[in-house]
Design a protein around this ligand. Structure first.
Ligand code: SAM
Ligand code: SF4
Length: 369
């Protein structure tokens, strides 16, 4: 049976979409091209809902895969080669986000690589912020340029920022990232809290060696700060297997401690991400846990990802991606919308990390976690 059948027919007419190009898996390409070249007439304003009834309201947009850091779990040897020249332009991003907003996207996260490396990141924030239907603009960053650009990001309309900070110890931070800048980063984060309304979350990889010390420091850190400090379970990719087997630790290590010491888990709202957050009456901030290896982690997936080259990733760990750049280059929002709808039946139900299968994701800088 044609998996696209349920979404074809009975809908408003549009010119047939240019076939989406699937990079790695020809069987999926066949499905898409049959549909695209003949009868992809789909109602545009319909929200994106996949075949597991999950509404996709969250776009994670990588604006570069280049990164200046050398995080040992991500790019231990640093970015290889020159920064790419053919990243999505601000105009293409405007078309992209407008199309996504028309099919229900409410939140866009700018990520990378390191997004703050792009000189036009302020224009990108502005263009997303000014798109009708987008309620929240967020960014994930290593914080390298936080102090320098904070005021500009704030006035451009950035609502949320996640800063990656894997240790409270300057030496460990230096060792893990290749950059000796922890004191500056912490000063810049305090400046953000003091001078803006941007919501701050801190991301930290959960590793056996640093987990306990990080937890103790994080609890202290959030005592008087309105910040959520989140542990992310270490995800295995082809580039980090040795470190993964040496350092992987289960989320229970943290959550058991929190529960035992009076922290309470909050229910996740339908629009929330996969983090479970814990609060305590004596602490202003929260501790969060993102546990991709936990059962049911993918049940409420609400996201799609687009790479800095204009390729859609239906799951972070899918084995291929789909090229939608031609729609962006031609400002063809109707074609883009049709194609996004055509992806819905083939969005995977869940990842296959438990089988040590990270699909085409050799490391997370390729598209940003
Ligand atoms: N460069 C930015 C940064 O570091 O925040 C954005 C991109 S980075 C790939 C996004 C997030 O993915 C970071 O918080 C990083 O710690 C996390 N990350 C990278 N590799 C990971 C892995 N193997 N397992 C879990 N999280 C990972
Ligand atoms: Fe760069 Fe972020 Fe990867 Fe670190 S985690 S190497 S900062 S992309």
């Amino acid at each position: 049976m044609n998996p696209l059948a349920p979404i074809i027919g009975g809908a408003q007419l549009y010119s047939p979409a240019v076939p989406a190009v699937f990079d790695d898996d020809s069987s999926k390409l066949a499905v898409l091209s049959t549909q695209s070249s003949t009868q992809s007439f789909i109602k545009p304003a319909e929200p994106l809902t996949d075949s597991f009834s999950r509404q996709l309201t969250y776009l994670r947009l990588s604006i570069t895969d280049f990164c200046n850091f050398r995080c040992e779990y991500c790019l231990p040897n640093g970015y290889q080669g020159k920064p790419p020249q053919n990243e999505l332009s601000v105009t293409e991003i405007a078309t992209l986000v407008s199309g996504f907003a028309q099919v229900g996207t409410k939140k866009v996260r700018i990520t990378g690589g390191e997004p703050s490396i792009r000189r036009d990141v302020v224009d990108i924030i502005k263009v997303i912020k000014n798109t009708e239907g987008i309620e929240t603009v967020a960014m994930t960053s290593n914080g390298y340029k936080l102090g320098k650009h904070l005021a500009d990001w704030n006035s451009a309309g950035l609502n949320q920022i996640n800063i990656s900070m894997d240790s409270f110890d300057a030496g460990t931070f230096h060792k893990m990232t290749g950059f000796d800048m922890l004191p500056q980063l912490m000063t810049d984060m305090d400046k953000l809290l003091d001078t803006t309304d941007i919501e701050l979350k801190i991301n930290s990889i959960l590793m056996a060696e640093t987990a306990f010390e990080n937890l103790m420091n994080a609890i202290e850190y959030v005592k008087d700060r309105p910040v959520t400090y989140r542990f992310i379970e270490f995800m295995q990719t082809s580039d980090n297997s040795d470190l993964f087997f040496a350092q992987y630790a289960q989320s229970d290590l943290i959550t058991n401690y929190l529960i035992k010491h009076g922290w309470h888990a909050h229910d996740r709202g339908s629009a929330d991400g996969p983090a479970i957050e814990y609060s305590h009456p004596d602490y202003i901030g929260r501790i969060g846990m993102i546990a991709p290896y936990a059962t049911h982690f993918c049940d409420n997936c609400n996201r799609l990802r687009v790479s800095s080259q204009g390729k859609v990733h239906l799951c972070l760990f899918d084995d291929g991606n789909y090229d939608i750049r031609s729609y962006l280059q031609q400002n063809d929002i109707a074609g883009l919308i049709n194609t996004l709808h055509s992806f819905m039946p083939i969005k995977p139900e869940h990842h296959h990390l438990h089988e040590s299968n990270s699909g085409m994701m050799n490391n997370l800088s390729m598209i940003g976690g």
